[in-house]
Design a protein around this ligand. Sequence first.
Ligand SMILES: Cc1ncc(C[n+]2csc(CCOP(=O)(O)OP(=O)(O)O)c2C)c(N)n1
Ligand SMILES: [Mg+2]
Length: 1020
Amino acid sequence: MSQLRVLASLLRGGCAGRNQWFRGCGGVPARRCWADPSRRGCSSSGSAPVPSALASSSTYVEEMYYAWLDDHKNVHESWDVFFRNIQASSPPGEAEERRPSTLLRGRVLSHSPGTAQKVVEDHLAVHNLIRAYQVRGHYAAHLDPLGILDTDLDSFVPSDLITTIDKLGFYGFDESDMDRTFQLPPTTFIGGDSATLPLREIIRRLESSYCRHIGVEFMFINNVDQRQWIRQRFETPGIMQFTNAEKRNLLARLVRSTRFEDFLARKWSSEKRFGLEGCEVLIPALKTIIDTSSAAGIDSVIMGMPHRGRLNVLANVIRKDLDQIFCQFDPKLEAADEGSGDVKYHLGMYHERINRGTDKHITLSLMANPSHLEAVDPVVQGKAKAEQFYRGDTRGKRVMSILMHGDAAFAGQGVVYETFHLSELPSYTTHGTIHVVVNNQIGFTTDPRVARSSHYPTDVARVVNAPIFHVNADDPEAVMYVCRVAAEWRTTFNKDVVIDLVCYRRFGHNEMDEPMFTQPLMYKQINRQVHVLKKYSDKLIAERVVTLQEFEEEVAKYDKICEEAYTSSKDEKILHIRHWLDSPWRDFFTAQGEPKSMSYISTGLEEEVLQHIGQTASSVPLQDFRIHPGVSRILRGREDLVKSRQLDWALGEYMAFGSLLKDGIHVRLSGQDVERGTFSHRHHVLHDQEVDKRTCVPMNHLWTNQAPYTVCNSSLSEYGVLGFELGFAMASPNALILWEAQFGDFNNTAQCIIDQFISSGQAKWVRNNGIVLLLPHGMEGMGPEHSSARPERFLQMSKDDPDHFPELTGDFEVQQLYDCNWIVVNCSTPANYCHVLRRQILLPFRKPLIIFTPKSLLRHPDARSSFDHLAKGTKFKRLIPDEGPASQSPGQVKRVIFCTGKIYYELVKERKRQNMEKDIAITRLEQISPFPFDLVRAEAEKYADAELVWCQEEHKNMGYYDYVRPRFLTVVANKKPVWYVGRDPAAAPATGNKSTHLNELKRFMDTAFNLSAFTGKDKQ
Ligand SMILES: Cc1ncc(C[n+]2csc(CCOP(=O)(O)OP(=O)(O)O)c2C)c(N)n1
Ligand SMILES: [Mg+2]
């Protein structure tokens, strides 16, 4: 039995899909939507003695039958004969019943056993064949311009594609069947206006649709309408047509793209630029996406891309002035801005202009990015989401993102997957991203066969049901077509889509590299490869779309533009990174990009505001909303606190968020389980216990004209989500954007965002960012994990000078914040936590803020603040001095213990227990970095005769010690030692053994209160 017979018996269960399609024809040309859904039952033939192949395909037979009933010409004549025979022999009345399964019952065998079965099976075979091309046609497509590599890493051609005539046998056919005509199923558009086609033509059209220069992967998409939409775009005969004007435009864009790289190569032959040669078509591809999207209403496009072709995109897509690009190659250019700056192929850009293709206004921005491939993906998404949010673009109809990728990075970097998984989440979706892969079939020197395990570099996109259009980049018209379809796909379905530009890299990884060392045969072929511009111009000249002279004029015109820009670029003497800003905040800064003042108003609040927020935080603002009794208890507890004018941690946070919302500041808190709070203390989203998915966010019921509060549980990702929030925070300075790690130590899976963007972003790209990281931290006997948010790492990356005592000007506090790269705090009170969050927004500039947040302190009865500490006129305390007996008579104090965070409460308890409140002062450092030199000096001078101790609960090689020690020594001008009290050095952040944990604590507490512990030692 041929394999077809097996396949035929497998063709069951199409009912759901078909019915859905019949029902869901809306929006898709209803060429085959002939049936009344009510007549299209999915009945089987039950126990009737219909031959097995027919029984299993009764739906198919029914389709044929209904088509035949509508019009006998709808079906092939063999079917016509078949149904006529059955109807003619039906008892009177039965034929009117019009259910073929009934009509067939007991009749097929007796009327035309062999013929009927063969007819059905042959039709099924054809349908299978069509489906095979739709599913696997891309494996046989000619995607590689070099013609030597298998883009899918596999030279195997699926056995069910008819690449040679003998493969017809797979379907039980031979050459003699090639001119037989078959009825086409409703799941294909290859017929155009005809419902039937000869087998030869069916195969030809399928090859043309799926096996030429475009390979379409879409059959894994489980939405039938979407699949049908794609089929229509790729199967309809003659659909890929371009006008002569479009072809000329395409050629002109290719000229620019190609000649730009040629120009750079000529002028700066030994400079790294990561040229686009071999994928010049990227430029017209992006322009087509932008034109099509602009025509559909998009007026802001946010892009992220790697090194390859970046300068070309800046020049020919974003339209950065060419002289500004060329002057970047001048080594004598002096930097005008502070900070490190960055190499030219990492810089970003923001440009508002008229899109020539549509004559509509458009803003294009390319995000600055580090070398770390794909790291910018979630950042772009976050920024796009924020722009959509602030513009009320709830469906992504005005703002969109485009992400470009290299083939090796797209397959290899996990953040790509994390970003895809954000694409459909309500609080993270950007309503469809167009991904463009520059698939040059190599990553630096590495062959794809050892760089990925999937067929294509794009397989990762399948997880979100994104269609993938592979296209041979040496066929510019095919590229244009898929770009247009991709943009239309986004407009229609607001879902992600991938364009895989299968190309080659004409030179080495960069202009200095020798590719023949590692890819000799590939590069022999590349050296023979005719340039795409030559191929396409020859084609258009042969088609008489342009003349040779017109083409040469176009080239000369662009070369002249480059030459002129080159001449004027020589006048540039100074490099302004500021001109390469990707996210300008125009009204926030002065025209020169400076803060409008160097002070900030008090972060304190009116009593009524505190009361009002406190009451809302303790109540359920919706009627008939039944909350869990445990939550009720928590709200009652809050109510009691508010009545006694007290704050716990959750209330402190409420006060900060609520008061900023009142002032029109959008607040967004994102991270794993943030809605409830990992430690069940927050409860910002209440859940009705009786109505599924009914929720209430009291923070959004505070004031009538308040800004919105967004609190969203994220996917289980740190790299992706932190990158996303960082991008969100770029869109506007008037928003407090917070990312909370479930436990602080999980920040290390987002290390790249922290190192490459948060700590160094301003230095490299002169852009401010006020993102807040909430990192639960504290040694609570919970084991090596979940104890440390690794303060040492953040502090090590803080740029304030440990050895230099700064000049204390009047606005020192603000100036110090302005000069730093980020702010690191560990607050010990809810009031101070509230103040530092409010200060973040009230400052006239933005800096990232890292907060080590508590766990046990969330409910610690001593870790509460009075409303007085938030009253008008109060502010964030960078340092909280001792206010007890020691501070009354500082001359008697023997030791000052400086500490930060939760250990303060343990120290105070122990001091009391040992009755040493006059002997030992305990001072809390709340802002660790930038280091409050001024306040620490005041404390050190106050207790001039006392020993200085730094006490921390973390191990000695971790926590804060390495950061604070040299700064303390600078404060005391190296005249006194700073003694360390804390855990010994260790490899793991904490012990897994509870009793060891407690013993360690006891040991260092004993040292802290042993006044002779350091006697006789002169330094540590
Ligand atoms: C995260 C990361 N790891 C390693 C590198 C070093 N690197 C730079 S380019 C490159 C190859 C990239 O290949 P591909 O993504 O295919 O882009 P192409 O250069 O071919 O355009 C590598 C490994 C990097 N930049 N980023
Ligand atoms: Mg590559």
